[in-house]
Design a protein around this ligand. Structure first.
Ligand SMILES: [Fe+2]
Length: 364
């Protein structure tokens, strides 16, 4: 299959561009170009009410049969989450659907909810393997720790065992809008998968907002703050995402045009302490800019909101969209439990081919 290109516009440089090299007029022009190129990303909650058929995807009986067959192979051979390979779990009927499903993430609304209806019939270990197998069709699964969480991270309330204030995913608290930043890696996850094993009794809805909506709102309402979102900030990495040989922060802008695409990287809970750790505490105007951003991110009319049920797999574009989660109360059978997968796209640009990646990074 021919690789898709995200840099076909001759007006865009292949390299990242930030406000240090772009004037206000250029930012407006690039924003207009990305709106034209990705019109489906410019949605409001009202637009989504009529788009249920592209938000939700139900597995066909053939795919379910293939899953059941693969799980029998897994059981018969004693395979585990960390030993299974993609050759052990083939889903050819789902594979035929995958280009269109990826298209929904890359060019469309930016997310899809896959309803497997399989949570109650599987053990937790089998459920984790199934999520890995489906997500592996979307992209290459990334590690989420140096020597642990190599294939997934369990998002659940871990109580006092979670001592890291940046890891809201390990608590029952409300999680403000953010991107998953994958601080161990030079490239963040392209896709994020959240596979619901158990729901909460109350709360825990997932929310999503598009970078196009964010930038459009800022341009309309506070163009004076625009440049502050294209500046580079220090993000404090979660404790388990810090390389021993490197510093405790990573640097990136909140918004950037990269390869002709508007991208967003954010987590206020990581930026404020990250800037302090770097000896560059946020200035008054930077705080004003981030406060305004936080207010925009919570507007209901700009958000998609859904409650995942057991067996639902939400897969979303983590580069051009932010996500969050409402506070929840523990469930009666152990509490809300989601399996989180991070993926790099194989099917766009250099994908995960080391040759093409090196040529793209070092020969450009
Ligand atoms: Fe997250």
């Amino acid at each position: 299959m021919q690789k898709e290109s995200l840099s076909s516009s001759p007006d865009f440089d292949a390299n990242s561009m930030t406000a240090t090299c772009l004037s206000h007029e250029e930012l407006v022009e690039f924003h207009n170009q990305t709106k034209e190129k990705w019109p489906e990303r410019c949605w409001s909650d009202k637009d989504l009410t009529a788009k249920s058929e592209i938000i939700h995807f139900h597995l066909s009986p053939q795919v379910r049969d293939e899953i059941i067959g693969s799980l029998e192979f897994v059981r018969a051979n004693g395979l585990k989450l960390n030993t299974i390979t993609q050759e052990d779990f083939r889903l050819p009927t789902l594979a035929r659907e995958m280009p269109e499903l990826r298209q929904r993430l890359d060019q469309g609304l930016g997310f899809v909810v896959i309803h497997t209806d399989l949570a109650e019939t599987l053990s937790e270990q089998e459920f984790e393997i199934l999520g890995w197998a489906i997500c592996n069709y979307f992209g290459q699964i990334m590690r989420q720790g140096i020597d642990h969480d190599l294939r997934l991270f369990t998002v659940a309330d871990k109580g006092t065992a979670n001592s890291d204030p940046t890891r809201i995913g390990a608590s029952a608290k409300r999680s403000a809008k953010h991107s998953d930043n994958g601080c161990l890696e030079p490239r963040p996850p392209c896709y994020l998968g959240l596979f619901c094993y158990q729901s909460s009794d109350q709360g825990g809805e997932s929310t999503i907002i598009s970078a196009q909506s964010i930038l459009g709102t800022i341009m309309n309402e506070r163009p004076d703050l625009l440049s502050h979102y294209f500046q580079t900030y220090h993000f404090r990495a979660p404790q388990s995402h810090v390389w021993p040989s490197k510093g405790p922060t990573i640097q990136k802008p909140i918004l950037e045009f990269k390869n002709g695409e508007l991208m967003v990287h954010y987590a206020r809970i990581m930026i404020t302490p990250g800037m302090e750790m770097a000896g560059e505490p946020l200035s008054a105007v930077q705080i004003e800019a981030l406060d305004f951003l936080d207010e925009v991110l919570e507007r209901p009319d700009l958000n998609f909101k859904t409650l995942l049920r057991p067996g639902d797999l939400l897969v979303m574009n983590n580069l051009a969209f932010l996500h969050g989660r409402e506070e929840f109360s523990p469930g009666s059978t152990g509490g809300r439990n989601l399996k989180r997968y991070w993926m790099w796209r194989r099917h766009i640009g250099p994908g995960t081919d080391p040759v093409l990646l090196d040529l793209a990074e070092f020969d450009s």
